[in-house]
Design a protein around this ligand. Structure first.
Ligand code: OAD
Length: 284
């Protein structure tokens, strides 16, 4: 992981928010190709917590206990109850989430311009809102993969919700919580006649999903504008995409209430409020 710093000299600073929206809209209108790079902030208004904000996943749970397969195995032995709570708290919001106004506005971009969504999120909400060909750099919680990384099964949100119900029950089982949770997780995690299977999510230290990462880099090289929405940009290699696009001459536009990164145009606000306004301003 590497932190990407703010570079004020690239920031366009028109006087009002309306002027900043118009500057961003003009960039989208002029663009042949747009890449949308999204992070957990785009799904915050769908009720899915972000990672590093107060109340976020890595604020409530220590990253080093959950971020890799060996760490998860150690936590299973030393803190089984906490592991079951973690799994429940991560899967539950995704199981009940629906796309919000930001996901829908992003999907609308495709009607007007060649737009590619590159997401770090594993919640499947861009696809559900209507975006096509979404590159999921960190995989999907709605997919199950075999040891070779092949997707062998897709779960509906209702199937994921059923897993959550069983996970909640397993939390009441005291010392049997972990074995009960493993039973609950069988649609996502286990061993079958074809070998071990697990959720198709990328943990720390694992390679990004392909060809999604290759496509994302090509998209960054070819785009004229990159929308960076709801990501702190702290996790490599996804965080290098805005720099890559910028070095090739693309206009970078960030939508985030915390405005954590440098960008040519910064729209400091919630994605669900700003994105629909931006798409309306750009394309009517
Ligand atoms: P972070 O929690 O690091 O950053 C979330 C960003 O979303 C922050 O910059 C917030 O200001 C912003 N945000 C919050 N609410 C928002 C809203 N309504 N609209 C727009 N932005 C909003 O999460 P990510 O950058 O997504 O990886 O984290 C990247 C990766 O770190 C994740 O994919 C995950 C995590 O560990 C893996 O697990 C491999």
């Amino acid at each position: 992981m590497r932190r990407v710093g703010r570079d004020a000299c690239h920031t366009v600073m028109p006087s009002s928010f309306a002027a900043v929206i118009e500057a961003a809209a003009a960039s989208l209108r002029q663009a042949q190709r747009v890449v949308v790079l999204s992070g957990s902030g785009v799904s915050a208004e769908s009720g899915i917590p972000t990672f590093r904000e107060p109340g976020g996943v890595w604020d409530r749970y220590r990253l080093e206990r959950y971020s890799s397969v060996p760490a998860l195995a150690r936590t299973a032995l030393s803190r089984p109850g906490e592991l079951v709570r973690f799994l429940h708290d991560v899967i539950e919001p995704v199981a009940r989430a629906e796309p919000n106004a930001a996901h829908r506005a992003i999907a609308q971009l495709e009607r007007h311009v060649h737009a590619t969504v590159v997401t770090q999120n594993v919640d499947g909400l861009h696809q559900e809102a209507g975006s096509h060909g979404v590159r999921q750099l960190h995989g999907s919680l709605l997919e199950v993969r075999d040891p070779h990384g092949r997707v062998i099964r897709r779960l509906s949100r209702a199937e994921l919700a059923a897993v959550v119900t069983e996970l909640r029950r397993s939390q009441q089982a005291g010392r049997l919580a972990l074995p009960r949770a493993l039973l609950a997780l069988r649609p996502l995690l286990g061993v079958s006649r074809r070998g071990a299977y697990r959720p198709n999510v990328v943990l720390f230290g694992e390679p990004l999903r392909e060809p999604d990462w290759e496509d994302a880099q090509r998209g960054a090289d070819l785009c004229d504008a990159m929308l960076i929405i709801g990501t702190s940009g702290l996790v490599m290699p996804a965080a290098q995409l805005p720099l890559r696009a910028s070095m090739r001459g693309a206009t970078t536009i960030m939508i985030d209430p915390g405005a954590p990164l440098s960008a040519d145009i910064v729209l400091a606000g919630k994605a669900g409020e700003v994105m629909p306004k931006l798409v309306r301003a750009a394309f009517g």
